[in-house]
Design a protein around this ligand. Structure first.
Ligand SMILES: [Zn+2]
Ligand SMILES: [Zn+2]
Length: 212
């Protein structure tokens, strides 16, 4: 399993990075990105803290990415914060998309897909065809999520994303141990979004570009 969207105690997750990584290893993960919620106020200290979790890579057989999830950012502030995250050393940049489970600013999905330095638009809710096409053009992955609430629009995201030729990716958005999943569970989540088994296996491979 390659999971590029998880949370630790550095935002609203339950585990310190060392336990999150240990639990992921036991679940059979080959890579994990710790992508805590950040805005302008905590971006520096969070990236600094999460980067330190990479100390485990010396001794464990798992790739650890220091990432961020830019969350509830007014759309006009997204691009400058993405730049700042990259400058501070974020390896995976997720932006919290327009999930129907929360009052995310309208215009967030549109602002993200025109910012090529973003890696993943998470739980993008009712993303439009034009936004999905722009995500495809800018090589931004659209997330199929395991997370309850956010996952209500997985079917829409999969359909629109595939039609647009955008890269889909399955992540957990884990906040606790029980949220981590095996690769076969990830395949089921992809198939639950309406994909065939072959399409599901193919989108699980989309995560591999980040570890190569
Ligand atoms: Zn999110
Ligand atoms: Zn998240």
């Amino acid at each position: 399993m390659i999971d590029l969207h998880t949370h630790s105690i550095f935002s609203d997750g339950e585990l310190i990075p060392s336990e999150l990584v240990r639990r992921a290893l036991v679940k059979g993960y080959e890579a994990i990105a710790i992508t805590d919620h950040v805005d302008y106020s905590n971006i520096e200290c969070t990236i600094e803290a999460v980067k330190k979790a990479k100390y485990l890579e010396d001794v464990l057989d798992i790739k650890i990415f220091a990432g961020v999830e830019l969350t509830h950012i007014p759309p006009s502030k997204i691009a400058p914060l993405v730049r700042k995250a990259r400058d501070l050393g974020a390896e995976i940049i997720v932006v919290h998309g327009e999930t129907i489970a929360e009052p995310v600013y309208p215009g967030t999905n549109a602002a993200v897909v025109e910012t090529p330095d973003v890696d993943i638009l998470s739980h993008p809710g009712f993303i439009t065809e034009d936004e999905a096409k722009m995500a495809a053009d800018n090589d931004i992955c659209l997330e199929i999520t395991a997370r309850s609430g956010h996952n209500r629009t997985n079917g829409h995201v999969a359909r629109v994303g595939l039609e647009a030729g955008a890269k889909l990716i399955v992540n957990t958005d884990a906040h606790s141990t029980s949220d981590l999943i095996s690769k076969s569970e990830a395949k089921m989540i992809a198939m639950g979004s309406g994909l065939t088994e072959l399409q599901a296996l193919k989108i699980l491979d989309n995560s591999k570009k980040f570890i190569s």
